[in-house]
Design a binder for this molecule. Structure first.
Ligand SMILES: Nc1nc2c(c(=O)[nH]1)N=C([C@H](O)[C@H](O)COP(=O)(O)OP(=O)(O)OP(=O)(O)O)CN2
Ligand SMILES: [Zn+2]
Length: 123
């Protein structure tokens, strides 16, 4: 099994809901997003999936969050935009566009600062 990872980022504002503390107030982050996929086999070029495709699909998705107020967006209208929930949203959206017989999204890491990260993967 091959494991491929790309890293990109987006900037947005949010506030945690049902949270007792200063993070319930409007604030922002430069989130770093790492997407890992696994590939069973390589193509004739020796690639599990082209990093260009992985980056393009991820960036296209992150563009819908970039420079937005996350709480106003449909995925987070009823769901607190924590790094955990952002990770799950990205994971499920990327599965839709990336998963094939050969390639599956394995993990999404969402870093909200240099020292705090939430990861989402399936059991
Ligand atoms: N498990 C999680 N915990 C917290 C999340 C989260 O998404 N998942 N998010 C927040 C807030 O978004 C907040 O912005 C983070 O606040 P804080 O930890 O205080 O971040 P700092 O960068 O200010 O950290 P310091 O180490 O205090 O400088 C909170 N928790
Ligand atoms: Zn925050």
């Amino acid at each position: 099994m091959y494991h491929l990872k790309i890293c990109t980022h987006f900037a947005a504002a949010h506030n945690l809901i049902n949270y007792d503390g200063d993070c319930e107030n409007l604030h922002g982050h430069n989130w770093k997003v790492e997407v890992t996929v696994r590939a069973k086999e390589l193509d004739e070029s020796g690639l599990g999936i082209d990093f260009k495709i992985l980056k393009a699909r991820t960036k296209e998705l992150l563009a819908t969050l970039d420079h937005k107020y996350l709480n106003d967006l449909p995925p987070f209208k009823e769901t607190s935009p924590s790094s955990e929930n952002i990770g799950r949203y990205l994971f499920e959206a990327l599965e839709e566009t990336l998963n094939t017989d050969n390639v599956q999204v394995e993990c999404v890491n969402v870093w909200e600062s240099d020292n705090a990260c939430a990861s989402y993967s399936r059991d």
